[in-house]
Design a protein around this ligand. Structure first.
Ligand code: NAP
Length: 489
């Protein structure tokens, strides 16, 4: 059913019911969702494999990650303190008298989630955006990705089982398929939509953000879009272990045929013998990587277009490419290099080429390296490969990196995103549309809530989280002090 008017009316009706459920009841629904998806594993994984070309082992791991992150949000609800309850009790004796004010986070309303093509489970139908929105108390309308429409429908079927088993409103989660520019646009423009979650291309995310801001009442769009994840190599590290670093980085650049938003697309270093040696090793490692099919033909043709465009630029030199020519819809792993002076002059080198490609930027010295960093746009991640001495001597570079990205990594690869409370999978524009939030980890829930202050309400009228007796036993700030005790005890 793609009658958007009806879908959004259903979503609003569901929201008005679902938001009143206790945190325990919402947690039960999330546990049932994880269980139903787990039960459908044998059906889901082969379908996702057929639709996405991703290996079965990867998809099995991704499904486990998906159900684990749903359960993580259930546990967050059970613990309960995420609502950030703050209470300032009244003081009649103050001049003027101080009122009783109590604040907590409440769900925003129906949320529209656009599934991502590169994670058919973990960032799609029942992925992190959906799980965090459902945890917040918002109802969700999923716009399934056409590249894995069958997988999306089957995951939704499993979610429907959970809806029935937990006895939540039947339209708490809805699923629509169709073109982004018609169905997707109509969902974002609908006045009942209160927030949007998206992972995908810069053009797609930017278009959704523009629709949302054209509305009579603009709404937030949390779009995770484009990032080239610059990695800085200091000379000491390159001198110590160029061959093993090259192996590690070749694996990261080509992991999942480079179809990760945290793919290391830019390798930056000061020109040296150690850098030359590292690049020679990296080229040899890349030669050994076999081309593989990409997620869908659209991604494949945009990779080829982007790669050919960048390789046609003046001053670029190939470092290495797969020794095997690609077949149909297969990506051709490639690493190239360019001098920083040329990089700085040509914006083509700064754009994301989504796939198994990375560009090494060779700088004449530290000042030029800093110029390169200053010219880069916002990123999801940036990495520094350095000794302790390098870090101590290069605080200015680390500072530039910290300003640029949501996550800064020391002596590791950016691919691989831990799902936990401390994770930030976000970053300044164009990595995302709002650098204050993350789409991975428990704090992803903060995208779908707003603070509401209750002033002068009697205890019996307040939400559980704000009552004097603290029946949920959560941590709260009461008269400027953290406590999980009841008020008056
Ligand atoms: P996409 O083209 O941005 O599509 C993602 C979702 O947004 C789809 O449901 C799509 O609808 C919808 N959409 C796209 N443009 C829209 C518009 N103008 N208005 C409304 N809805 C719109 O992403 P993709 O298919 O996953 O991959 C395409 C490219 O995105 C890749 O080549 C790559 O460059 C980039 N990408 C980046 C990341 C990242 O994390 N940085 C991740 C994945 C992909 P349809 O069903 O109509 O297409």
């Amino acid at each position: 059913m793609n009658d958007i008017e009806q879908v959004m009316q259903n979503a609003l009706d569901a929201f008005n019911s679902y938001k009143t459920l206790s945190p325990a009841k919402r947690a039960q629904f999330l546990y049932e969702t994880a269980k139903a998806i787990e039960e459908a594993r044998e059906t889901l994984v082969p379908i996702a494999h057929e639709e996405s070309n991703l290996p079965l082992a990867r998809l099995n791991g991704e499904l486990t990650r998906t159900t684990n992150q749903i359960k993580m949000f259930a546990r967050l609800l059970e613990e309960g303190s995420w609502v950030e309850a703050a209470i300032d009790t009244a003081d009649k004796d103050r001049t003027p008298p101080k009122p009783d004010t109590r604040k907590m986070l409440l769900p925003v309303g129906p949320v529209v989630v656009f599934g991502a093509s590169n994670f058919p489970f973990a960032f799609s139908t029942a992925g992190g955006d959906t799980a965090s929105a459902l945890a917040s108390g918002s109802s969700v309308v999923i716009k399934g990705h056409s590249a894995h429409a069958k997988t999306s429908e089957k995951v939704f079927e499993a979610m429907q089982k959970a809806v029935q088993r937990a006895g939540v409103h039947p339209f708490t989660v809805q699923h629509v398929l169709g073109s982004g520019s018609t169905v997707g646009k109509a969902l974002v423009l609908h006045p009942f939509t209160s927030g949007v979650g998206f992972t995908g291309s810069f053009n797609g995310g930017r278009a959704l953000w523009e629709y949302a801001n054209q509305r009579e009442q603009p709404i937030p769009v949390f779009a995770e879009m484009s990032s080239i994840n610059p990695v800085i190599f200091f000379d000491g590290t390159l001198q110590q272990n160029a061959p093993s670093l090259a192996k590690t980085y070749a694996a990261s650049i080509t992991l999942g045929m480079g179809q990760f938003c945290t793919n290391p697309g830019l390798l930056i270093a000061v020109q040296s013998e150690a850098l030359d040696k590292f690049l020679t090793h990296l080229g040899k490692e890349i030669e050994q990587v076999l081309p593989q099919k990409m997620l869908h033909s659209g991604i494949h043709s945009s990779y080829n277009k982007g790669l050919n465009q960048v390789l046609a630029q003046k001053g670029i030199e190939k470092v290495g490419e797969s020794a095997q020519q690609p077949g149909e819809d297969e990506a051709f792993p490639t690493v190239a290099k360019v001098k920083a002076g040329i990089f700085l002059e040509n914006p083509h080198f700064h754009e994301e080429v989504f796939g198994p490609y990375s560009l090494a930027v060779c700088c004449t010295g530290k000042e030029e390296l800093k110029k390169v960093l200053k010219q880069l746009k916002g990123q999801l991640t940036t990495t520094v490969m350095a000794t302790d001495e390098d870090i101590a001597a290069n605080g200015d570079i680390i500072d530039l990196q910290t300003n640029m990205a949501g996550r800064i990594i020391l002596n590791d690869v950016p691919t691989g995103v831990e799902v936990c409370a401390s994770m930030v999978h976000g970053g300044p524009y164009p990595a995302t549309t709002d650098a204050r939030f993350t789409s991975v980890g428990t704090t992803a829930i903060k995208r779908w809530v707003r603070p509401v202050c209750f002033q002068g309400f009697k205890d019996g009228m307040l939400p559980e989280a704000l009552k004097n007796g603290n029946p949920l036993k959560i941590w709260r700030i009461v008269n400027n002090e953290w406590t999980n005790s009841a008020i008056g005890q």
